[in-house]
Design a protein around this ligand. Structure first.
Ligand SMILES: *[C@@H]1O[C@H](CO)[C@@H](O)[C@H](O)[C@H]1NC(C)=O
Ligand SMILES: *[C@@H]1O[C@H](CO)[C@@H](O)[C@H](O)[C@H]1NC(C)=O
Length: 235
């Protein structure tokens, strides 16, 4: 009666022993990149994308408990620091843990012939840089922006307009004013919803332009020069 009980108990115990795997232990050695645990901040040692993991103590030690048989990838998950990843081969029946270098993206087999010491030793490789310096104010860059060029050009035209008008021929000025008035009339007609009169104003304007197009040009030039000669003769 007692014998089967003990064998069952033994089997249960052996099952328990198999189920609880080895602990993988290691240490982070501080260096210039990361001199202490305060600088390291939140971090944990993680196997196989955090399926198994363990915290990092003040002195940089970590323990990942109950790791089952097989090949695992060890990494230190840290917000600010980059660590190498390592390949960990655990064999619980031999109580052996083998550490090898691991490069993400490379095949697991055949395993590297390089064996690293166990317990694992990891050093912080570099600090992640999240801070992107803001672009400094650059006048030339700002002016090379086409929108800016348009705006500056427009402002320049507005400022130059009074001088341009002052220097115009009285005749040309008259014409310019007429055109402005016509445009204003069309605009106000369209804005007030009087589409019919607006359209007729546009038609009238285009007709006039067509009439004074090819033949109108030389006669205008002629009268302009006449006006100028008149001015001269007056002086
Ligand atoms: C950790 O290192 C940083 C940078 O050298 C230092 O400013 C800080 O005082 C250190 N903290 C501790 C607890 O030693
Ligand atoms: C552990 O080692 C033993 C003895 O070398 C071997 O028979 C067994 O297959 C190994 N287990 C694993 C998971 O590699």
């Amino acid at each position: 009666m007692a014998k089967p009980w003990t064998s069952v108990l033994l089997q249960l115990l052996s099952c328990a022993v198999v189920a609880f795997g080895l602990d993988v232990t290691g240490k982070i050695t501080w260096n210039d990149v990361c001199p202490n645990v305060t600088t390291l901040g939140q971090a944990k040692a993680s196997l196989d994308n955090s399926i198994f993991s363990g915290g990092v103590t003040r002195h940089g030690n970590f323990i990942i408990p109950d790791v089952p048989d097989g090949t695992h990838v060890l990494s230190i998950v840290s917000h600010d620091h980059f660590f190498d990843q390592l390949r960990i081969d655990v064999n619980n029946s031999l109580s052996s843990v083998e550490v090898r270098p691991f490069l993400p993206g490379t095949p697991m087999n055949p395993p590297s012939t390089v064996l690293l010491p166990y317990p694992v030793i990891l050093t912080p490789r570099e600090r992640y840089v999240y801070f992107v310096p803001p672009e400094s104010f650059n006048l030339a860059g700002m002016l090379s922006n086409p929108m800016m060029l348009l705006m500056v050009g427009g402002a320049g035209m507005m400022l130059a307009m009074p001088y341009l008008i002052k220097n115009l021929d009285p005749e040309a000025l008259e014409e310019f004013k007429e055109q402005q008035a016509k445009l204003g009339g069309i605009q106000s007609a369209l804005q007030s919803g009087d589409i019919k009169s607006g359209l007729s104003a546009i038609m009238a304007a285009t007709e006039e332009q067509g009439a004074s197009g090819p033949q109108g040009q030389p006669s205008k030039g002629g009268s302009g020069s006449k006006a100028r000669t008149n001015k001269k003769s007056r002086r």
